[in-house]
Design a binder for this molecule. Structure first.
Ligand code: HSE
Length: 434
């Protein structure tokens, strides 16, 4: 059988890795796919020194690839929302299958892209968009297809995890570690996407859609970054038996779906709490399988290429199948997607870590306890530290049981209004993940 012809758009880190893996493992990949896979064209603005492209035709214009009648599959690895969006729509319009690593594109424009792809009977595959080399999309969409998924939680931004790991292990300050993370080549072009949780929210949006069978709704994801975290809170969490991780959480409740990214205390003995450095992990809880954990490199040249090429193999295998018999883009049949709403953050439920800076007066603890108990907030643990020399204040650390977000916000306002409480109360969500 003739080889399938693919065009790679973008020869950066992931594009270069994809070319190299396709070349190095060509024989094994063909044995799996049932046909050879030939890179027939590359669109790149500049060569990649880590990639020997030999006689493969190169163009500077990505649309040459989308319009090339020889090409069966367009691999979009340019990133961003604008040009990538146009490119993918053009490729679909021309009847080409698409493989992409672009989480922002899928999270924001995925509903439109999949609808267009269905009209044209082509596949849009996006395993590499979430957690780099971890085949978590496939695991949820196919491997866990028997389950009613209850919740998932993931460390899905390597840059943020690297920063938190360094802060905890070496006591380093946030800004200093961010610079090093950027030098490692993991950070997004705009690093606020990493540290403010936008990148993680893109990925969480995609995971939630395939887990619960809902349309992609990035605009409804709650996103809180790690820029406000201090080494003091990292250390207090540690003393209480927790680790702070920047977690994406998607949970199904009767009222709706929680979709939230924020710093989170996790019991230190959970496997996922021990995922360090730039590594990623996603925990999925289904009613039949129970909890499963997927771990690996969340970015990088060849780990991400591994997912791109796996998608390519899937596309090649499915090319001759009737479109109705392919795995649906969002795991559930498009006419069976649910309209279960995404909950606003104040309707979400979580446990909370609170740090209160109080004056060293008798009765403060009693006032704090009263405010919480009046609002039905149950305290799980409490720790009062020694008076701090520099300001004479006493840090009071509390962990609550699960409570509605709106209720904790109310309690925090009341705490901050106390004469003996100074400054803002620090609040970090806590998840037991059991
Ligand atoms: N900036 C991302 C991260 C790259 O740090 O995880 C992979 O999406």
């Amino acid at each position: 059988m003739k080889p399938v012809k693919v065009g790679i758009c973008g020869l950066g880190t992931v594009g270069g890795g994809t070319f190299n893996v396709l070349k190095r493992n060509a024989e094994e990949i063909a044995r799996r796919a049932g046909r050879g896979i030939e890179v027939a064209q590359i669109a790149a603005r500049r060569p990649n020194p880590k990639c020997e492209t030999g006689s493969t035709p190169i163009t500077a214009d990505i649309f040459d690839v989308a319009n090339n009648p020889e090409i069966d599959v367009v691999i979009e690895l340019i990133g961003g929302y604008t040009l990538a969006h146009e490119l993918v729509l053009k490729a679909i319009e021309n009847g080409k299958h698409v493989v992409t690593a672009n989480k922002a594109l899928i999270a924001v424009h995925g509903n439109e892209i999949f609808a267009k792809a269905r009209e044209k009977g082509v596949i849009v595959a996006f395993e590499a968009a979430v957690a780099g080399g971890i085949p978590v999309i496939k695991a949820i969409r196919e491997g866990l297809a028997a389950n009613r998924i209850n919740w998932l939680a993931g460390i899905i931004n390597g840059t943020g995890n690297f920063i938190l790991t360094e802060m905890r292990e070496k006591g380093r300050a946030f800004a200093d570690v961010l610079k090093e993370a950027q030098a490692l080549g993991y950070a997004e072009a705009d690093p606020t996407f990493d540290v403010e949780g936008i990148d993680a929210a893109h990925k969480l949006t995609i995971l939630a859609s395939i887990a619960f069978g809902i349309p992609l709704q990035f605009d409804k994801a709650y996103t809180e970054g790690i820029t406000q975290l201090t080494t003091a809170d990292v250390n207090y969490a540690e003393a209480l038996g927790y680790r702070i991780k920047h977690l994406g959480v998607a949970r199904r409740t009767d009222k709706g779906i929680e979709l939230r990214v924020h710093p989170t205390l996790i019991p230190a003995d959970r496997l996922i709490a021990n995922v360090n450095g730039v590594m990623n992990a996603v925990m999925v809880n289904g009613d039949a399988a129970g909890s499963t954990l997927f771990y690996g490199a969340g970015a990088g040249m060849e780990p991400t290429a591994s997912s791109v090429v796996a998608d390519l193999v899937d596309v090649v295998r499915a090319m001759t199948a009737d479109p109705e018999n392919r795995v649906p883009h969002l795991a559930f049949q498009p006419d069976a997607l649910s309209d279960h709403p995404i909950l606003p953050i104040d309707a979400c439920e979580s446990a909370y870590y609170l740090r209160i800076q109080a004056k060293d007066h008798p009765g403060v603890l009693a006032q704090v306890a009263t405010i919480l108990s009046e609002r039905g907030i149950n305290i799980e643990s409490i720790m009062q530290m020694e008076v701090e020399e520099h300001d004479g204040l006493v840090p009071m650390i509390l962990v609550t049981h699960r409570v509605l977000e709106s209720r904790i916000i109310e309690a925090i306002a009341a705490l901050e209004a106390l004469d003996d409480v100074v400054g803002n109360v620090v609040r970090i969500r806590v998840e037991q993940l059991n």
